[in-house]
Design a protein around this ligand. Structure first.
Ligand SMILES: [Fe+2]
Ligand SMILES: [Fe+2]
Length: 305
């Protein structure tokens, strides 16, 4: 079977563990990813949290605090990526790309809806969607704010000002699809899912979270496709590397729990720092291999003949 068929479940090359296949993989196109979205569509409001409420009531205060800290970055993150995406939708270059990007913005709104319901019904944050977001914001780190409130917002604003700016589009997709979704979100999702599955808790939350993860793999597949096209241009290749070098230290800081020194061998979501970082950067490296841009400083690369 071709590797293209291997990808049709989620489209993301990071799921290919045979590294020798990475250099010859044929990526799904925006049209194929749009059609995959139609097949994978789902509803957040039909998920039941009845068992989750019982599970939550049985947790210790320390476990509740740790879960809220971990999930608040997702809740705020989903709000950010839903509201800071319109610049990319306007920067489409074909009807198929426009159709796919519209589906991604709908997905992010749905993901935020899942978290809002969980925070209201299970964690018990009263009030409105907005007040729940304000409260969840108290748990996010300074590195998180730099990435989501500064770097992401600036990249979106630049695309809104000039949708034809290719460098701005590359900066946005590296920030959003490669770093926020591909490196941070999918790593946190895998670890939180493992932790809840092992504890046998939160089935309603997990039902939505697995579907969110499926959506995220499809989103990252688009980003990989776009950057592979962009990387044909030597100037844009350097741009991809420069943006990664700017953002990777910030992204690493987002994964550090509160009150912990980044150099310590801390635990997060039941995993060691090295396990978490290893998972995150293995996935990023696989995607970059397919894009054709090695992870190194932009001025270290030999100029192609
Ligand atoms: Fe999302
Ligand atoms: Fe996403």
């Amino acid at each position: 079977m071709s590797t293209l068929l291997d990808l049709t479940q989620q489209g993301d090359v990071a799921t290919i563990t045979d590294e020798s296949k990475l250099s010859s993989v044929k990526l799904m196109t925006p049209q194929q990813l749009y059609e995959l979205w139609e097949r994978q569509n789902w509803q957040s409001h039909t998920i039941s949290f009845e068992r989750d409420k019982e599970d939550w009531a049985g947790l210790s205060d320390a476990d509740k605090d740790a879960i809220v800290w971990g999930l608040s970055s997702f809740f705020i993150g989903e709000e950010r990526v839903a509201t800071q995406f319109n610049g990319l939708v306007g920067a489409y270059e074909s009807q198929a790309e426009e159709a796919f990007l519209c589906t991604q913005q709908v997905d992010e709104a749905r993901h935020a809806q899942h978290f809002n319901r969980f925070y209201e019904q299970v964690i018990g944050y009263d009030g409105t969607f907005e007040s729940r977001l304000d409260r969840a914001r108290e748990d996010v780190s300074d590195a998180f704010k730099v990435l989501f409130d500064d770097k992401l917002v600036e990249a979106n604003q630049r695309l809104l000002r000039d949708p034809g700016d290719r460098e701005a589009k590359v900066d946005f997709v590296v920030t959003y699809h490669m770093v926020i979704e591909g490196t941070l979100a999918l790593t946190g999702q895998a670890n939180i899912t493992d932790q809840f599955e092992q504890a046998g808790i939160m089935p309603g939350f997990l039902e939505g979270f697995r579907l969110i993860s499926q959506d995220e793999h499809r989103h990252v597949a688009y980003g990989t496709w776009f950057l592979q096209q962009a990387a044909q241009d030597p100037a844009l290749r350097k741009r991809i590397q420069a943006r990664l070098f700017e953002l990777i230290p910030i992204a690493s800081g987002v994964l550090v729990p509160p009150g912990v020194d980044a150099a310590d061998n801390y635990e997060i979501f039941g995993k060691t720092r090295d396990e978490v970082m290893g998972y995150a950067f293995t996935a990023l490296t696989r995607r970059l291999k397919v894009i054709g841009v090695p992870l190194q400083a932009p001025d270290e690369e030999a100029v192609p003949a």
